[in-house]
Design a protein around this ligand. Structure first.
Ligand SMILES: *Cc1c(COP(=O)(O)O)cnc(C)c1O
Length: 237
């Protein structure tokens, strides 16, 4: 077994154990393998083993890998910040965009989405209100949701942008228990938003190497794990 396969299986085991410990249903958490900076050959190897969800941060890198790995049935997740002028490269081209955080990006995506198609999105929440991080502040999330809904920019059904839930990259991420309170806060915010807007928001994208067990215990439905699967990231050339 290759080191890559061994690491990947280790994460699957860790996930399954956390799911069990939390008393959750087997299969209720999706593993998104974060492949940024790693070669397409690593992605192809995991793909052959049955790993089909991959996360990329940079639109250009993701688009190049999509072209190279076309036809393998990969579900690509866009998990990095998206500039409005890149909307054309994202709309309709990813299984899920995790980082919608403003109305002007929603407008740009919708404009670029082919008629009749659906692009699933998550709202990125800056759960620790850190100035350097993207995402809408928790206190602004309801207003953004209302703006997106009233403007017809998102809905709970397709076609168009379909809002599926929330994502966060908390302070102290990757640090196990330090991150847990932020995961709990994201879940609570989801429950509140869901109640206030009538949207079901079933997905919570939270947890990475170093804290995915805690995230699963706090209700994550999607963990984004890079280092624990692929090893340390090569330095970007
Ligand atoms: C890089 C990245 C990850 C994966 O981080 P690891 O610590 O390598 O598991 C998860 N989420 C986002 C948004 C990232 O940018």
């Amino acid at each position: 077994m290759s080191l890559l396969e061994e690491r990947w299986r280790g994460v699957l085991d860790g996930m399954a154990e956390a799911v069990r410990r939390a008393g959750r249903e087997a299969g209720s958490v999706r593993l998104v393998a974060v492949s940024k900076f790693h070669p397409a050959s690593d992605i192809a190897e995991l793909c052959r083993l049955g790993q089909l969800d991959f996360g990329e941060n940079y639109v250009q890198e993701a688009r190049a890998k999509q072209a190279e790995l076309d036809g393998l049935g990969i579900r690509w997740h866009a998990i990095g910040p998206v500039q409005t002028n890149k909307a054309k490269e994202v709309a309709g081209r990813f299984f899920l965009l995790h980082t919608l955080d403003r109305a002007d990006l929603a407008r740009a995506l919708l404009r670029r989405l082919p008629e009749g198609e659906t692009q699933d999105v998550l709202l990125q929440i800056n759960i620790g209100e850190e100035p350097q991080k993207s995402g809408v502040a928790p206190s602004g999330a309801e207003a953004l949701c209302e703006e997106l809904l009233k403007g017809g920019l998102v809905s709970s059904e397709g076609p168009g942008l379909r809002l599926r839930g929330l994502m966060c990259l908390p302070p102290r991420c990757g640090e196990g228990e330090e991150a847990r309170p932020y995961f709990a806060a994201l879940r609570q915010l989801r429950d509140e938003l869901s109640q206030k807007t009538g949207l079901s928001l079933p997905e919570l994208s939270m947890g990475m190497s170093g804290d995915y067990r805690q995230a699963i215990e706090e209700g994550s439905t999607m963990i984004r794990v890079g280092t624990d699967i692929f090893g340390p990231r090569p330095v970007k050339a």
